[in-house]
Design a protein around this ligand. Sequence first.
Ligand SMILES: Nc1ncnc2c1ncn2[C@@H]1O[C@H](COP(=O)(O)OP(=O)(O)OP(=O)(O)O)[C@@H](O)[C@H]1O
Ligand SMILES: [Mg+2]
Length: 262
Amino acid sequence: MSTHTTTAGPAISVRGLEKSYKTLHVLRGVDFDVAPGSIFALLGSNGAGKTTAVKILSTLLKADAGAASVNGFDVATQAPDVRESISLTGQFAAVDEILTGRENLVLVARLRHLKDPGGIADDLLRRFSLTEAGARKASTYSGGMRRRLDIAMSLVGGPPVIFLDEPTTGLDPEGRIEVWQTVKELAGRGTTVLLTTQYLDEAEHLADRIAILHEGRILVNGTLTELKQLLPPAKVEYVEKQPTLEDVFLALVGAAGRKEQS
Ligand SMILES: Nc1ncnc2c1ncn2[C@@H]1O[C@H](COP(=O)(O)OP(=O)(O)OP(=O)(O)O)[C@@H](O)[C@H]1O
Ligand SMILES: [Mg+2]
């Protein structure tokens, strides 16, 4: 388990979270907990409010109602402590293309006033299988390598909780698998990971728990096995077919009334 988790309770706790943009009521009472060292996937269609939730949890945005804590700190009243506990990797990479992979990591370590930026960079390059690429400009990296470097940069300083907002959107299948391995490695070391995704297979492969956000609320929250038990297995002649996460997602989202897509 984690060496740097400071809380015994959940790493992330969300209760009755609400957020509107003018008249658009995006989050309508969102509740969930994330256990330390686990991978939690927030699954939802475009516009479901995933990024909004992540922004509130990372203190970039204020909730209208409800409460949330990260690493034991309240996001509204202890924002600096929350920020010390987290890193956020958004959809647009923070990688500087002109610098090498190693220089990017050294830069972040310097900005955070850490001792031995070179050592920190080399260690992260090794962990993310980027040692050889480390001397090359990031502009020469594949999409998967760039994303891995981006995640590595967010880990400088060893935050106990990391938020990954759509970590594999736009990557090819190989790049996605590379990023998945990275995320698994993180959780294996005790880092708590909250990721958002629109990809059902991503949640299926990576997450210890999956929550489906739809029309402002969490429709279901459980392990893949638990979610699959929500639908009876379909019988095809003599072979039992387990429902896929996609079947569960579509049945639930369809049942709740599909929102008009603009
Ligand atoms: N700053 C803003 N002002 C007004 N409306 C916003 C703002 N940010 C988001 N929205 C709207 O709120 C809703 C939720 O947006 P959000 O970005 O949280 O969704 P999402 O689940 O991350 O979607 P995607 O999968 O497309 O990234 C959308 O309808 C979006 O248009
Ligand atoms: Mg988003």
